[in-house]
Design a protein around this ligand. Structure first.
Ligand code: GLN
Length: 249
């Protein structure tokens, strides 16, 4: 089956090689006999709900976010329609912030967001940097965070996971990321998916469910020995970093 991915602003939102996440999805799809077709969607290019099974946004510095935010906000209606129609979303860091209602950057710029995820973000003075470990519905998720933004989820909103070590959304709530139906936003770079194969497969299954109109399929298990090792190394790094009570000043 062909899984159609809409990769938003790959030229602007690709900090820490976030596009590596797409490579992981392509490989894991391929090993199950599926193909990933990736369309790049840039500034001024239309989003047509129904055309893509998965939308992907990487991270970026405030400068890049500012360059794309107004164009992205102009696409908010078709993006929300795509989500309501069952398309999956994965948004990392800068992309995660912009999938919410908006982000006020470090220099005070107000950037509008898509308004898909129930959250808002404001940059603080100190960056939150280092390895992170989460406990999520698909098991442990390990990664690396580097953000000034403090993200506040609306009451009742579902986080991606609980912070075992690291800062997470705001360094205080003990939660990281957000999940709304088939959309996931997270601060975790790394890239995220090479060391978190269960999360990668969850996203693939959601995209396949959009493609078929059925339930998310059970994907055939893969060996994942290297992936497990990568996750263990990353988890050990974040364990050395300590509990989330280390709040940023
Ligand atoms: N510019 C945003 C922040 O500092 C996002 C950073 C990122 O994508 N790494 O919070």
């Amino acid at each position: 089956m062909r899984i159609r991915v809409g990769h938003l602003y790959p030229d602007y939102l690709n900090i820490y090689a976030d596009r590596g996440n797409i490579a992981v999805l392509a490989k894991r799809a391929g090993w199950r006999g599926h193909e990933l077709d990736v369309d790049e969607i840039g500034i001024g290019e239309a989003v047509r709900p129904g055309d893509h099974d998965l939308y992907y946004l990487g991270g970026g510095q405030d400068r890049e976010q500012l360059l794309v935010s107004h164009d992205l906000a102009a696409k908010s209606e078709p993006l929300r329609e795509a989500h309501a129609g069952g398309a999956a979303f994965l948004a990392v860091c800068g992309g995660y912030q912009l999938l919410g209602r908006g982000y006020r950057g470090y220099h005070g710029d107000d950037m509008p967001g898509v308004g898909l995820l129930p959250l808002e973000t404001v940059a603080g003075d100190r960056r939150m940097i280092g390895s992170v470990l989460l406990e999520t519905a698909v098991g442990p998720v390990a990664g690396f965070e580097n953000h000034a933004g403090r993200t506040l989820l609306d009451p009742g909103a579902e986080p991606l996971g609980r912070v075992v070590s690291g800062y997470g959304n705001d360094g205080a709530s003990g939660y990281e990321g957000c999940r709304l139906g088939r959309a996931i936003g997270t601060y975790l770079h790394g890239p995220l998916l090479p060391r978190n194969p269960r999360l990668a497969d969850w996203i693939l299954a959601q995209a396949l469910a959009h493609r078929t109109g059925g339930d998310p399929p059970e994907l055939a298990p893969l060996r994942d020995a290297l992936e497990a090792e990568a996750q263990a190394v990353s988890s050990a790094r974040s364990a050395r970093r300590g509990r989330p009570s280390r709040r940023p000043a």
